[in-house]
Design a protein around this ligand. Structure first.
Ligand code: AMP
Length: 544
């Protein structure tokens, strides 16, 4: 017997119609490229999204067609999110930091019909245009007629203006209802090993994920919050904030391209931001700026951080010097992205000081909806004792089952688990801690050394800005850790003092064999240290 509750499909359009109706006074603020501020509301965004939906239909877009965006965080990008998915088409967000070759690859692989592009990224589109002419019928510049660049496009590919499209369309449009399992958006992994792979989110997965991150122990967004997503809308839907914030009714502050510490601090203060989300590099930049300038960020109550491990020194600095709670989350493109979040539970509610900081180094406990386990090389489940580490697997309604274009369920094992490629421990209270990416572990004399733990310690050194540990070849131990560093601006690195910082914190045989200081570290398209490049370049450093 089925329950007798209404079987209404979970539609992305329902979020924006709800926000427009219930939270008409909340703001959506964008910092433009020229530094000026544009202000909009959910009501205006919903109306403009309906006009845009009609414009898309007039351009021949129908359900399941892929429509791409190459854009920064802005009100207009939010309109595109809702217009494209709302009509039943699929919003393919493209990371502008991908190599042009990969951009051409993902557009062709997704068979995108139209690409909406910010004026700043028009040269990137022009560069790849001849290679995507088989599928792309139009390039729409996200701006007004005055912002139109002169682009030479191949025959059959139109150059259109976003504001002209909206002006020409009316808003007499009703958001359609269809199967909630329908595809809504598409995001490719950053492809550091091999070609990027497409993750295809559904309306259902998007709404369930948005609800799950809105609980108090995760991002915990309330209607009165003003949230600044530094995380980009061009990658994993900015951690779902474009859905979870309007669902809660909060105002969103879109930072555009101004992501340095000084610009973020200024925006946090002038816009009275209460929550902000970003990768550790962003908060490192903010922290350096705050310390140098003496500024404070007193309206902020929570910074959410994820994407790479969060060093204890960063949590300590924000929480003790600035009174801002720093919350670490873990996830991946294949998980929409959030899987775990680190907040105390009943088992450790009384922790304070050092013990609490130690807990907060962990990636945290699974959100409701996500199951996790760790397995050994033979596939046997490992105990949750905080010591055994193995491959982390997950399953749940916002975890990917197959990559775009692949056979159904081909990303899963026989029991429906998705292998994350992360190596982790899980403690008896359910807190997961990443020790490495499977491809980054260091095997010294057959034993594993956690690069993440060593990196966290290294960035606690007062002169160190960024740190990466790689496995370098070693004649006796096969692999040994090599520490590669950059210095904070104006600081000199003293190698011996960096080495000393490990003493007493780890087993002595974990200590890096050497320290290499570089002017900067290479980063991936999603802003993580590109360890593969470092490994390729320095794998023989210790044998030389
Ligand atoms: P992406 O799909 O680009 O978001 O990358 C996902 C990967 O980033 C994960 O599999 C982890 O290796 C890493 N990652 C994400 N969040 C964290 C975190 N809080 N700590 C350590 N690694 C993380």
């Amino acid at each position: 017997m089925f329950g007798l509750m209404q079987d209404r499909p979970l539609m992305i359009s329902s979020i924006i119609t709800h926000a427009a109706r219930q939270h008409a006074k909340s703001e959506v603020v964008s910092k433009n490229i020229d530094g000026s501020i544009a202000r909009s509301t959910y009501d205006a965004i919903e109306r403009r999204a309906r006009r845009l939906a009609k414009a898309l239909i007039a351009l021949g877009i129908s359900a399941e067609d892929r429509v791409a965006t190459i854009a920064l965080n802005s009100c207009r990008h939010l309109e595109l999110y809702y217009a494209i998915s709302g009509t039943g088409a699929i919003c393919h967000t493209i990371n502008p930091r991908l190599a042009p070759d990969d951009v051409a690859y993902v557009v062709s692989h997704a068979t995108d019909r139209i690409i909406f592009v910010d004026p700043v990224f028009a040269p990137l589109v022009a560069a790849v245009a001849p290679r995507i002419a088989a599928t792309v019928r139009a390039i729409v510049i996200i701006g007004s007629a005055a912002e139109m660049p002169a682009l030479a496009l191949p025959p059959g590919m139109d150059l259109l203006c976003y504001e002209d499209l909206i002006a020409a369309a009316d808003d007499n449009y009703v958001w359609p209802e269809f199967d909630e399992r329908s595809a809504a958006s598409l995001c490719y992994t950053s492809g550091t090993t091999g070609r990027p792979k497409g993750v295809l989110y559904s309306h259902r997965s998007t709404l369930l994920h948005a609800l799950a991150v809105n609980v108090g122990d995760v991002i915990g967004i309330r209607a009165v919050d003003r949230i600044l997503p530094v995380v980009p809308m061009f990658h994993v839907n900015a951690w779902g904030i474009p859905y979870s914030a309007p669902m809660a009714g909060a105002s969103i502050i879109m930072p555009g391209r101004h992501l340095d510490g000084a610009s973020i601090a200024a925006l946090l203060n002038t816009e009275k931001v209460t929550i902000s989300c970003g990768v550790p590099t962003v908060w490192l930049g903010l922290l350096q700026h705050l310390r140098a300038s003496g500024e404070r960020i007193d309206t902020v109550r929570r910074l959410t951080v994820g994407g790479s491990a969060v060093p204890r020194s960063m949590t300590e600095a924000f929480e003790t010097e600035y009174g801002v709670e720093l919350g670490q989350g873990w996830g991946m493109t294949e998980m929409s992205p959030v899987g775990t979040y680190c907040q105390p539970n009943a088992a450790n509610a009384d922790l304070t000081g050092d013990a609490l900081l130690r807990l907060k180094e962990k990636q945290g406990r699974a959100l409701w909806g996500v199951e996790m386990r760790i397995i050994d090389a033979e596939g046997a489940a490992l105990p949750w004792d905080g010591l055994a580490f193995g491959l982390l697997q997950v399953r749940g309604p916002w975890v990917c089952s197959a990559y775009f274009g692949d056979a159904p369920d081909s990303a899963l094992d026989a029991e429906g688990w998705f292998s994350t490629g992360d190596i982790a421990t899980i403690d008896p209270d359910g807190f997961m801690e990443i020790t490495d990416r499977a491809k980054d572990v260091i095997k010294s004399g057959g034993e594993w050394i956690s690069s993440v733990q060593l990196e966290n310690i290294a960035v606690g050194h007062p002169d160190v800005a960024e740190a990466a540990i790689i496995a370098a070849r070693h004649p006796k131990w096969d692999e040994r850790p090599l520490l590669i560093l950059t210095a904070k601006p104006g600081h000199e690195i003293d190698r011996a003092s960096v080495m000393d910082i490990f003493d007493g914190k780890i087993a002595t045989w974990w200590k890096p064999d050497d320290v290499l200081v570089l002017p900067e570290l290479p980063h991936t398209a999603t802003g993580k240290v590109h360890k593969m490049i470092l490994r390729d370049t320095y794998k023989d450093y210790l044998v030389k």
